[in-house]
Structure formats: C-alpha cells, structure tokens
Write a protein that binds this ligand. Structure first.
Ligand SMILES: Cc1cc2nc3c(=O)[nH]c(=O)nc-3n(C[C@H](O)[C@H](O)[C@H](O)COP(=O)(O)OP(=O)(O)OC[C@H]3O[C@@H](n4cnc5c(N)ncnc54)[C@H](O)[C@@H]3O)c2cc1C
Length: 398
C-alpha cells in the first residue's frame, strides 16, 4: 500500500470500511470506468453495488436505517470512489448533502418520511441552488414561491442539477418574500420537491428537460429544472418554517466542500499512480523517464501535493465531526485540494507525452474531470472570500 494518503487514528471499523470500498473500486469501478465514461452511460450496476454496501446511508444515523458513520469516514470512502471514477462520487454527493440537511434541519416527520428510504438508496437526492443567471451569487435567486391558501406556488428555472434526472427528491432553494426582512438571505426557503426519476414532466409543474452535454464528469446526469406553478404544501418546506433556506443550504454546502476536497484527493491520487507507473515504463535517451531529474522532480511535487491535500481534508472533516464550525478549514481544504488536483493531473498528463492525449489512456479522462472540482461547491474565488472573511473575523476578536 502507498505511503501517501494514510490517515492516523482511525478505528478498526473505519479502516475496514475504507478497505472494503477500496476493494469495490478496484473490482467494480476501475475496470469499467473508461468505457462507461466515453459512452456517457449511467453506471447502474455500480450504483446497485453501492446500495448493497450501504453507501447511500453512510452518514444517516442507525435509528433511520443508515450506518451512522462520521463525515471523516464518508470523506475517506469518497476519496476511494473518486480515485476509481469521479462521476460515481458525484452520484452520492448531492444525495449526501440532502440527507445531511434533512438530518440537521428537517422536522421529525420529514426525517421519518425520507431518511430510511434514502439510506437504502430508494429515495435519491439532488440539491438545487444555481440558476441560468447565477451560481456564486446565491442571494440573486429569482425562482419564487408565493403563498396560495395552504399551499405555495413555485415558478422559476434552475440550472446545473447534478443527479437532476436520476433523483426523486430535490432540495430547491427559492425566494419567499414575506416582507418580514430586507435581507435577501432571510427571504429564502428550501422546498423538498418530490418527482419521478427521468426526463420531461416528472411531477405536477416540474420539468427536467434533458441532460446537459458536458466536457467531462460524464455518466452522472446534470440537468436543468423548470418549475411552472408547481404547488407545494407547507409540509414540503425543510424544517416547516419559511425563511431559513439560505442558512440550511450553506450548512449543506459546507460539508459538501469537504466532500469535493475528498474527491479532488482521490482524482489526484489516481493521476499520481498513473504518472509514476508510466514514468517507470517509458524510456527516452537510454533510460526510464523517471530517471531524468526533470520527471523525478515532477513526481516529488505531485506526491507532496497529494499528501498535503489529504491531510487538510481530513482536518476539515474531523473539526466538523467534533461539532465545531469548520467553514475556514473546509474552504481551505476545498480550495487547496481542487487546485492541487488540477496541477497533479496536468503534470501526470505531461509525463504521458503524446499518449496522454489518446483516449486509450486514463489520464485523458482525468484531464477532463479535474476542472469540475475547481467550480463545484464554490469556485476558488468564493473559497478565498470565505477564508478571508473568516480570518478578518478572527483577527477582529483578538
Ligand atoms: C458539472 C456541474 C455540476 C453542478 N452541480 C450543481 C448542483 O448539483 N447544484 C447546484 O445548485 N449547482 C451546481 N452547479 C453549479 C455550480 O455550483 C456553479 O457553476 C458555481 O457555483 C459557479 O457559478 P457560475 O457558474 O454561475 O459562475 P459565476 O458565479 O457567474 O462566476 C463566474 C466567474 O466569476 C468569478 N466570481 C464570481 N463572483 C466573484 C467575486 N465576488 N469576486 C471574484 N470573482 C468572482 C467566479 O469565481 C468565476 O470565475 C454545477 C456546476 C457544474 C459545472
């Protein structure tokens, strides 16, 4: 086993689970990832295998039928899965965020209604903040819910829903201007929208037009969501009270950031493995390219980045597990791991010479996947805004 990405202080149970996931990745994901990705095919068998292993309920407490594991265990499993194929980790990420939000902010009735079926993978979650006109600037959301008797009527257009087609439960952030506050942040509400999986009109007033054709991150569906006078009862408001949606979503995104950092760690690790293997196999000027100092230095640089990102991600997960605020550490971990991942993948690509450009080599796929990590759960600039503001806040307290 590689000396990289080792995690100190794991329980036997955590180590066993991560080992099991690694074996699943080796046997069920890596051998098929290339073909499925090139065909942009949904990995149905892999998803079924993950359901059997309980992956969809990893962090859902045992009382709701899940495994009750920590964020750290979850992140380490995600790291392993992304090492096999990043798209598969994308399939569980939004599900995990929605389950987490339900757990933290849902009413007991909502928890009972969804969490046991989310733990088995029968209910699959997607989450939706972005719109065609906004991503980073969440306060600019235009999709609107207006009260009509006992119900709310929701109209608007959402964009970039990971698992938008395959999910049957979407946490959607919308405006609900109740005139009680001038702050846009206090005028937003998360609705739990139930729909059928698939495309077209999948529930009353809900249309999922089709898959967005992407550069990478294929296999997993990313979609738009059109709400046209969708009627939602009060019971579908997360937590039962309007006006709390922004804070609920930010809480979800914060754990999502650890998750994206973990994905970046997995993709970097794979890129490093591919790079070091190729460097020992390819010869130029009478010796293995790994023996040229220029390549050796690349490998050293890559491995250092792989290791540093992992340790930072682990730290962010552990702080959250300890019940402490981790916005600073999660922002740093996400920022650093995503940037390092893009760099490590690029370096591995260069080690592969011309073959890195061939679809026969795995690095070509990783090269198209890594940029997504620079964007999802907030771009680098947004992470730096969060990090910077938190640092100033801390400095002001001293
Ligand atoms: C494959 C994929 C899957 C996704 N899945 C989901 C999902 O499941 N759910 C969901 O809600 N969203 C999802 N998204 C959307 C994603 O969260 C947004 O794309 C992201 O937040 C960036 O928003 P934007 O694309 O609108 O860019 P913009 O916000 O328009 O930003 C454009 C550029 O300006 C920079 N910028 C913006 N504001 C500032 C500032 N104040 N200072 C400095 N620079 C700034 C940004 O960093 C970026 O470089 C997904 C996106 C992709 C590509």
């Amino acid at each position: 086993m590689s000396r990289l990405q080792q995690t100190d202080g794991l329980t036997d149970e955590q180590s066993e689970l991560v080992k099991l996931v690694r074996q699943f990745v080796e046997e069920q994901i890596i051998p098929v990832a290339q073909d499925l990705e090139h065909a942009d095919e949904y990995p149905t068998d892999i998803v079924e295998g993950m359901k059997e292993m309980g992956i969809f309920g990893l962090m859902i407490p045992e009382e709701y039928g899940g495994l009750g594991e920590s964020l750290l265990t979850y992140a380490l499993c995600v790291e392993e899965i992304a090492r096999g194929w990043m798209s598969v980790s994308g399939i569980i990420n939004t599900h995990f965020i929605v389950a987490y939000m339900l757990l933290q902010h849902g009413t007991e009735e909502q928890k009972q209604r969804y969490l046991p079926r989310m733990a088995t993978g029968e209910v699959r979650g997607a989450f939706s903040m972005s719109e065609p006109g906004l991503g980073s600037d969440v306060a600019a959301i235009r999709t609107k819910a207006v009260k009509d008797g006992d119900e709310w009527v929701v109209t608007g257009q959402k964009m970039w829903l990971t698992n938008g087609g395959s999910s049957n439960l979407v946490a959607v952030l919308v405006r609900t201007d109740l005139g009680e506050s001038d702050s846009p942040y206090k005028n937003m509400t998360t609705f739990l929208v139930e729909k059928e999986p698939g495309f077209g009109e999948t529930a009353q007033g809900i249309t999922v037009p089709g898959k967005i054709d992407k550069m990478g991150y294929k296999g997993v569906d990313t979609t738009e969501l059109v709400l046209e006078r969708h009627r939602a009862p009060e019971t579908q408001i997360l937590g039962g009270v309007p006006g709390k949606g922004f804070y609920q979503m930010m809480d979800g995104v914060e754990v999502g950031r650890v998750n994206v950092a973990a994905r970046a760690c997995g993709v970097s690790m794979r890129a490093f493995e591919l790079g070091i293997a190729y460097a020992q196999q390819r010869e130029t000027f009478g010796k293995q390219i790994a023996q040229h100092q220029g390549i050796l230095f690349r490998l050293a640089d890559m491995a250092t980045k792989v290791e540093a990102a992992h340790q930072m991600m682990v730290k962010a997960a552990r702080i959250k597990d300890a019940g402490r605020r981790n916005d600073l550490e999660a922002g740093m971990a996400k920022y650093l791991a995503a940037e390092y991942c893009a760099d490590v993948v690029e370096q591995s690509f260069r080690i592969h010479g011309g073959y890195g450009y061939s679809k026969e080599y795995e690095i070509e796929r990783l090269y198209r996947e890594a940029p997504m990590l620079l964007i999802g759960e907030g771009t680098a600039e947004i992470q730096k805004m969060i990090i910077g503001r938190r640092l100033l806040e801390d400095a002001g307290r001293r």
